[in-house]
Design a protein around this ligand. Structure first.
Ligand code: FES
Length: 121
């Protein structure tokens, strides 16, 4: 008998990898300990998953509406370029975005978050 690995504290299931691969981006609300309800944008660039605050550090545009390129998302408002895994602002247009560690387990996309995800609509 094999046992499923148990999630570590702070690890949460977000969606199936299939769904993320189909959509390219999935938005998930979670309970942030400081800001209460908070939103992250989960990205698939064709090879990797990445999760950033769904909030551009420049003027707050929703990064989930950005264009996705290999390893990058381009902000829909003023085109700052962010690494989808680290959140680094690659063109130095603004500050880095907050990134959350993601991983794939048993066909699901998981992330290390400071609070549990809220039910999706
Ligand atoms: S709001 Fe994202 S670059 Fe300005």
């Amino acid at each position: 008998m094999t046992t499923q690995p148990q999630p570590e504290p702070g690890e949460y299931y977000l969606c199936s990898l299939k769904e993320l691969q189909k959509e390219g981006v999935v938005v998930v609300d979670f309970e942030h300990p400081k800001y209460r309800k908070w939103e992250l944008a989960l990205f698939w660039d064709g090879e990797r998953t990445g999760a950033l605050d769904n909030f551009c550090p420049h003027q707050g545009a929703m990064l989930s509406y950005g264009m996705i390129f290999p390893g990058e998302v381009v902000c829909p408002l003023h085109s700052a370029v962010f690494d989808i895994v680290t959140g680094e602002c690659l063109d130095r247009y603004t500050y880095d975005a907050t990134a959350y560690e993601t991983f794939v387990r048993d066909g699901g996309v998981w992330a290390q978050l400071p609070g549990r995800p809220l039910p999706r609509k």
